[in-house]
Design a protein around this ligand. Sequence first.
Ligand code: HEC
Ligand code: HEC
Ligand code: HEC
Ligand code: HEC
Length: 449
Amino acid sequence: MTRPCLHVFLAALFYAGAPETRAHPLMAEPVNHPLVFTFDQFYLPVDPDEHLAGGGHLLLAELNCSACHAAPDAWRPWLAPKPGPRLDGVGSRMDADMLWLFIRSPQHLKKGTQMPGLFSGAEGDEEKVEAVVEFLSASTWDAPQMPAGDAMRGRNLYHETGCVACHEPASDHRPANAPEDAELDRPGNASVPVVLADVWHQDALAAFLHQPLAFRPAGRMPDMLLTSQEAADIAAYLHLGRTQPGNALRAALQIPPQGIERGRQVFHEMRCAACHEAPGSSRVTAPSSHPMRTLRLDQGCLAERQTSGIPRYDLNDLQKRALRLALISLQAGARPDHLATPAQQTDWHMTRLNCYACHDRGHKGGPEDPRALYFTGTGSATGLPGGSAHLPPSLDQAGARLGREGLEKILLGPRAHVSSHTRMPLFGAPQVRPLVDWLLETDKGMPAR
Ligand code: HEC
Ligand code: HEC
Ligand code: HEC
Ligand code: HEC
């Protein structure tokens, strides 16, 4: 049986609406590979193998390969997996039909997602998916009451607070810094896709935007210090033109109820628990597949096709090449020496967290021109090295300039949110604590310009 092309069907359902929805950020050009922003930004097909292997290490970490394939001991601190989204209360966030679509085939609902598919359509898969959906739907949550949102205010906030450092700007929004009459360029780097926002209920979306780290502790989507009103405004903007689609496919399959217990079992069997805590539990399972040292490089997750139970990421050729180069070096016994100096540690953490979306340091990173136009001035940014006043400051010598107290204040909070300008977000203490130490260590003894 061939699968119908779900994303076409979904796009047609969601955005049949008003003209303004066609310029909307949710209509960003989709990418067909699991998007790791800094991999796409800093690694290219022309790069020599030694450089590209570094990109492979980044993918091994950011795509959570190490959640199932144990990394060699020396590499553990670098390749530690990141926690997946919390699924507690997910039944109050999206309805069963949308959970079904996403779990059955994540890339069909959300192109560019980092969540791999685990079902290839084999005998028995439909029942398993249904069981997991039943299990997850049963986890509900009283979403906090959020204020009513104003989509027009939301549109301005979306473009001015810094979302577009990582996500797609709308083509109908003219940024404050754009020269008059000049045509706006689209960003050259792919944007992080925003799609689940559309299937989440509006209050749940607003609650997520208000406190993203409570839902997604990995901090790759940072806390932008939005008030609950601002979060509700952006949620209203992201939901412009939304229509609640049904799911004819699931109904047509007529799978009988499978029982919540069966769902819990499948959740573990299919290794969902390698990345997600099961609702009601606080445990992720240890790596349970072949260790990295023994992986055959053209098999399993790196093969052309995956059978059920083997993650399907839809990696592109460059990603596969980088992953193979990284695995070859690990298997040859290479040690992470090239990452071991304080400066390299700093760079590694900034790359994983994508601080480079907004800041440059050592002539690396900072927003590309089409995105830089959207940044609006922050009081403290003026007069610092390397930046125009409206851009976030360069992080050159940040350790020396700010000291531990200054760094902790800005990276760990609590901070009151600042005006309507581009914000310095919070990424979560477990993510930024090591970075504070490495910034201080790297910049020790540097002149605090
Ligand atoms: C959710 C668990 C999980 C994750 C995450 C995962 N894999 Fe796998 N991988 C498997 C399973 C299961 C197999 C099939 C072999 C087995 O049963 O152990 C496999 C097989 C492989 C194989 C072939 C092994 C062999 O020698 O036959 C390679 C190579 C591989 N994975 C690479 C990767 C890479 C690279 C990533 C990250 C992009 C990754 N895997 C992420 C579970 C996972
Ligand atoms: C530093 C980059 C960055 C910034 C800034 C950022 N995001 Fe995100 N965002 C991400 C990443 C990466 C993900 C995917 C995270 C994951 O896999 O958990 C994400 C996920 C999301 C999601 C959920 C996923 C989905 O499919 O809908 C929404 C909604 C979202 N972002 C909206 C926003 C809004 C609104 C802002 C501004 C207030 C913002 N983001 C700022 C990087 C960023
Ligand atoms: C290799 C890690 C990994 C594995 C294995 C994995 N997931 Fe995910 N999952 C993710 C990531 C990352 C996201 C965020 C995706 C995004 O926003 O693009 C996610 C998102 C989700 C969501 C949406 C959460 C929300 O808040 O809307 C659900 C539901 C989900 N996963 C269920 C599952 C189930 C069920 C399985 C097993 C069949 C599974 N996941 C296996 C990494 C994983
Ligand atoms: C969405 C854009 C954005 C991202 C992503 C971002 N920052 Fe910032 N950052 C800012 C802005 C804007 C300022 C100016 C702060 C202000 O005036 O409130 C700032 C200020 C700072 C400062 C103070 C610099 C100084 O000289 O005063 C430090 C340190 C810093 N950021 C570190 C980081 C680190 C580390 C990361 C990644 C974990 C990061 N930032 C990610 C926007 C961002």
